[in-house]
Design a protein around this ligand. Structure first.
Ligand code: COA
Length: 257
């Protein structure tokens, strides 16, 4: 495994865990951390033994309290755009990961931290988790996909309210808005993510990747149906459908490689 300056990574029972390791800065996402997250996602996807990925923050207080505000000082318009582009690209690589990525949100998920959680496929929150897009406090807007993904998850009305008021919501409110899948205790957070990935692990990895690709093609215009057709067709060309169907007909559990 590669070693990273700002991340701790591990593989256990086919699950690759990425832990943002800047707890004294509430895991603020400086540029090198964002870049390293991209590298770790790539590493996890390239490793055939990995079935799923958990992304979390070190310590009991923060998943990530946003982009590192210190790095904003003195940026030009072009440098600001380049910074956002680099972040958006890494966050797209998470969203487009063919292996499921779960955000284990263990505290503050603010600004870029909330955007990072939203780029993951599922979000499990600890009871102390807090979400928000406070960028307007700084004279900024979300730049790592937040203006788009927040609207998608919570709707335009609530999304605009959160972004314009810079208000924070707690885990229960995030659950009610559909932003998170479950709330668990901080101590039980990793175990809950492992439980979900262990369930997903028993399914066809090809089909899981196809579900992600088809779901990511949803854009509200109906174009995603074409992606669904293509992905549905591709499943018939994979080896895994043979195993899945044989197992059903033979009344046994499928054994996907
Ligand atoms: N960028 C850089 N450093 C950050 C940071 C960020 N986004 N968020 C927290 N930190 C640093 C603080 O500067 C502090 O560092 P220091 O000890 O060297 O002074 C350390 O993390 C602890 O943060 P602190 O503010 O003392 O903790 P708190 O419990 O009092 O407050 C927050 C927690 C999350 C409410 C507060 O840190 C905060 O508002 N952070 C910024 C959130 C934000 O605006 N994010 C969007 C950025 S675009």
């Amino acid at each position: 495994m590669k070693t990273y300056e700002n991340l701790k990574t591990s593989i256990e029972n086919n699950i690759y865990t990425i832990t943002i390791n800047r707890p004294d800065k509430l895991n603020a996402l400086n540029r090198s951390t964002v870049q390293e997250i991209g590298e770790a996602i790539k590493e996890a996807n390239a490793d055939n033994s990995v079935a799923g990925i958990i992304l979390t923050g070190e310590g009991p207080k923060a998943f990530a309290a946003g982009a590192d505000i210190k790095e904003f000082t003195g940026l030009t318009k072009e440098q600001g755009m380049a910074m956002a582009k680099a972040g958006q690209d890494v966050f797209f690589s998470i969203e487009n990961s063919s292996k499921p990525v779960i955000a284990a949100v263990n505290g503050f998920a603010l600004g870029g931290g909330c955007e990072l959680a939203m780029a993951c496929h599922l979000r499990i929150a600890s009871e102390n988790a807090k979400f928000g897009q406070p960028e307007v406090n700084l004279g900024l807007i979300p730049g790592y996909g937040g203006t788009q993904r927040l609207i998608k998850y919570v709707g335009r009305s609530k999304g605009l309210e959160l972004m314009m008021t810079a208000g924070m919501i707690n885990a229960q409110q995030a659950l009610e808005l559909g932003l998170v899948n479950y709330i668990v205790s901080l101590e039980g957070l990793h175990a809950k993510c492992v439980e979900i990935l262990n369930e997903i692990k028993t399914k066809s990895p090809f089909a899981i990747g196809a579900v992600i690709r088809a779901a990511n093609a949803y854009d509200g215009t109906g174009k995603g149906f074409e992606a669904e057709l293509a992905e549905f067709g591709k499943c018939f060309a994979s080896e895994e459908i043979k195993e899945g169907i044989s197992a059903f007909l033979e009344k046994r559990k499928p054994n996907f490689k």
